[in-house]
Design a protein around this ligand. Structure first.
Ligand code: ADP
Ligand code: MG
Length: 218
């Protein structure tokens, strides 16, 4: 197991956002968290990363916490945001934090990720000049440069056009199948996911479905 969640409960001002969540995820699984707005998907991801404190329950990792990558739900970027794509990606290098010193290995990793995510052509552009799909690939690259074994993604394709969604999901398939990265992704567009191995977890404060994507649609 890479992640086990036991009896997780989260409330906001007395209102239950998550109730008795029990879930166990193994290495190399690709899990999609689905549920309508307000069903607790972001709360789940935020509580397993420790961004918010659960009322009760346990979150147990089978890997080191430094091997968990998280891509938060974002709605856009101020067009004046001054950093370039490359500058943003490099902030994700492990151990460096905000220090501006990078090793040769960091740069090699950077080149590899740019090729994998097809971001070479706009890597020196400012974040604000990029399309939504390009921006999400840059943020994914920033997460990947920290070499995560477990990738947490919160609705990464929100607001993207279908071509960008297609490319993003192809990249995720590749990360999961070729690199063996475990994925947990909150998503709305399960229809776009063309991967029969996906495990679907339906949330509505509680887990209301847990099974293969084919079972989910039948
Ligand atoms: P989802 O990501 O599935 O749309 P969320 O986890 O964002 O759902 O929200 C779950 C519930 O918790 C919703 O009812 C939402 O209004 C509430 N909620 C989320 N974040 C907060 C917060 N920071 N303060 C108060 N209530 C919140
Ligand atoms: Mg959300």
């Amino acid at each position: 197991m890479i992640l086990e969640v036991k009896d997780l409960n989260v409330t906001y001002n007395g209102h239950n956002a998550l109730k008795n969540i029990n879930i166990c995820i193994n290495e190399k699984e690709y899990v999609c968290l689905v549920g309508k707005n307000g069903s607790g998907k972001s709360t789940f991801l935020r509580s397993i990363t420790g961004l918010i404190k659960a009322d009760s329950g346990e979150v147990i990792y089978g890997i080191d916490r430094s091997e968990v990558g998280y891509l938060a739900q974002v709605s856009g970027v101020d067009p004046r945001f001054p950093a370039t794509a490359k500058e943003v990606i490099m902030t994700g290098c492990q151990k460096h934090g905000i220090k501006p010193f990078y090793s040769k290995e960091d740069h090699i990793e950077f080149e590899k990720i740019c090729e994998l995510l097809k971001i070479g052509p706009f890597v020196n552009k400012k974040m604000g000049e990029l399309s939504g799909g390009q921006r999400q690939r840059v943020l994914l690259a920033r997460t990947l440069i920290g070499k995560p074994k477990l990738l947490l993604l919160d609705e990464p394709c929100n607001g993207l056009d279908s071509g960008s969604i297609d490319l993003f999901y192809k990249i995720l398939d590749d990360l999961n199948q070729s690199l063996g990265i475990t994925i947990i992704m909150a998503t709305h567009d399960l229809d776009e996911i063309k991967n029969d191995n996906v495990r679907v977890v339906g949330l509505e404060q509680e887990v209301i479905f847990d099974g293969n994507i084919k079972q989910y649609f039948s």
